[in-house]
Design a protein around this ligand. Structure first.
Ligand SMILES: Nc1ncnc2c1ncn2[C@@H]1O[C@H](COP(=O)(O)OP(=O)(O)OP(=O)(O)O)[C@@H](O)[C@H]1O
Length: 534
């Protein structure tokens, strides 16, 4: 890939010199130097906790560096807050969007821009400007739709539009494709290339080496707070980047023997769910998982996978009406009410899709979170009391075995990087050796070294004769891990495939609600419709 037109310009768009930042004993950034040429897409990669988000938060004025200098367009600048960053032409699209959910698209776009260049614009002019940007950059969204009614892909469009509305020249995107469907990710990349080609500078943080190879001009690698190297993308390859990131060779595929399925562990019959608004989310699910097998559920987010996992895990949405039958090792599970702890006691481990909301209590420490849901287990009791020393000792072992960084059991969950938070949840659930492991988006936001590790643990659990239900929007992950693939669309299972017989096109059609023999155009339309749904 060649660099965009502005790449020859000698003054870099961004230059960081000797940036350092510590959080207590953790040195998140150590003397970072980085130069990003104008009109290029620059990838930043690194393991979880390497310091990428910290560095970008410094650039966006969220944190002040302890030392070092920032130059934008060759001029030194003190970025004391995000308003200063915005005035310097920097826009940021966060991993967890910062939109006001019950405001409309237009309201979100103008919110906070009052102090910016659009100070005196009327709402009418703002609307016209939004339409112009949306047309020019193919970022169509309904200006009057409340954010909460948009799919995540469309919410991300709003974030990008918001930055463009503020005349951002430099756009930072933190893990932008983690929540997108493959089609949405392709669309995003087309937009980023367009922005680059008109001279804007883009920084892309991602764990996906495929994306780095596909879209970036240059890539910088961080490791343990330091900048290891910056290279031209055309002059490197995924294996080399993986090694630079992790400091050792990484297996970029899953190594597993054929499954040897045993007796049924999970049997789901005619499971239906109507949510509190009367919308039917599950329309009669039949699904079996046997001991020693991994069944992967593929599908575009929002087609009922979340509800299925939540119901099986024992915490259905409030007000949901459920019917059908679920058996675990032959025993019928009560569908009424919500009792995640009872499900865990019955032998169901659960790594929820959204670790920050359902998997962890963010203000609690790592050691408390490592036992969360199991704290009433006999080994954690001392007479009538909880044995905190035992819980803590157990957590220390998990942190060590799962290489959670920093290995500090007393740190609050919120102060770990996303990938390390995920390791805490996975360690807690996998190490209980459950009969059935429910695992949703296990490697979202997780670095490749840790992905390799988490995938290995899942396969080991299977090889120990356990059943695994995997839900992931990453088709690669589904194909690599599953012994059987079920595709969900609109609350139904559209079909099942064996991974060695399934092609991405075949699965893509089923994910769009169309039998693979069906009309391709209808498939695409259906796919677009699901993209717009929640
Ligand atoms: N507010 C904070 N308080 C304490 N420690 C923090 C804080 N923010 C970040 N850290 C620590 O700083 C280090 C760098 O974290 P950072 O989020 O920058 O990593 P990252 O490379 O973006 O990781 P990921 O890929 O998982 O998002 C980590 O060890 C993290 O635990």
């Amino acid at each position: 890939m060649t660099a965009g037109p502005g790449a020859e310009n000698a003054t870099p768009a961004i230059e960081l010199r000797g940036i350092s930042k510590a959080f207590g004993p953790v040195q998140a950034n150590k003397g970072i130097n980085l130069s990003v040429p104008r009109g290029t897409i620059h990838g930043i990669i690194g393991e979880n906790g390497a310091g990428k988000s910290t560095l970008m938060s410094i650039l966006y004025g969220f944190y002040r560096p302890d030392s070092g200098e920032i130059l934008i367009g060759g001029k030194p600048i003190a970025i004391t807050d995000s308003q200063t960053a915005i005035r310097a032409g920097i826009g940021m699209v966060f991993q967890h969007f910062k939109l006001v959910q019950n405001f409309t698209v237009l309201e979100n776009i103008i919110l906070g821009a009052e102090e910016g260049p659009m100070l005196k614009t009327s709402l009418g002019r703002a609307r016209a400007e939004l339409k112009r940007l949306a047309d020019e950059y193919e970022l169509q969204v309904d200006p009057d739709a409340p954010i909460e009614e948009l799919s995540v892909g469309h919410q991300q469009r709003v974030e990008i539009l918001k930055a463009l509305y503020r005349r951002a020249d430099i756009l930072i995107l933190d893990e932008p494709t983690g929540v997108l469907t493959p089609a949405e990710a392709d669309h995003l990349f087309r937009i980023l290339r367009g922005l680059r080609d008109e001279g804007k500078t883009i920084i892309l943080i991602t764990h996906k080496l495929r994306e780095i190879m596909e879209i970036t001009d240059n890539v910088s690698v961080m490791r343990r707070g330091e900048m290891v190297t910056s290279v031209k993308t055309a002059e490197t390859n995924p294996a080399q980047l993986a090694e630079l990131m992790v400091g050792r060779k990484v297996l970029l595929r899953v190594d597993k023997a054929p499954a040897q399925p045993g007796a049924p562990v999970l049997e789901v019959r005619g499971l239906r769910m109507v949510d509190a608004d009367g919308v039917e989310r599950l329309r009669g699910i039949d699904l079996d998982i046997r001991a020693g097998e991994i069944v992967g559920i593929a599908g575009v987010a929002g087609n009922g996978q979340t509800q299925l996992l939540e119901i099986l895990g024992g915490f259905p949405e409030a007000g949901a009406k459920l019917s059908g039958e679920v058996r675990l090792k032959g025993e019928v599970l009560a569908l009424k009410g919500s009792d995640a702890r009872a499900r865990r006691r019955a032998g169901i481990g659960h790594v929820p899709e959204d670790r920050q909301v359902e998997g962890l209590i963010m203000d609690f420490t790592a050691w408390e979170n490592a036992a969360f849901g199991y704290h009433d287990a006999p080994e954690f009791q001392n007479g009538p009391l909880m044995d905190n020393a035992a819980i803590r000792a157990d957590a220390v072992g998990k942190i060590e075995r799962f290489d959670v960084r920093p290995p500090n059991p007393d740190l609050a969950a919120k102060n770990f990087s996303g990938g390390n938070q995920q390791k805490i949840v996975v360690a807690r659930e996998v190490e209980r050796n459950p009969d059935l492991l429910l695992i949703g988006q296990p490697t979202r936001g997780v670095d490749i070294g840790a992905i390799e590790f988490i995938h290995k643990r899942i396969v080991e659990l299977r090889d120990a004769g356990r059943a695994v239900l995997l839900v992931s929007v990453e088709l690669d992950e589904i194909m690599a891990l599953s012994d059987r693939i079920a595709v969900m669309f609109d609350g139904r299972i559209m079909g099942e495939r064996l991974p060695d017989q399934a092609t991405a096109t075949d699965l893509g059609c089923l994910m769009a609600g169309v039998e693979p023999d069906g009309d391709a155009a209808a498939a695409m339309q259906a796919h677009d419709r699901t993209g717009a749904a929640r």
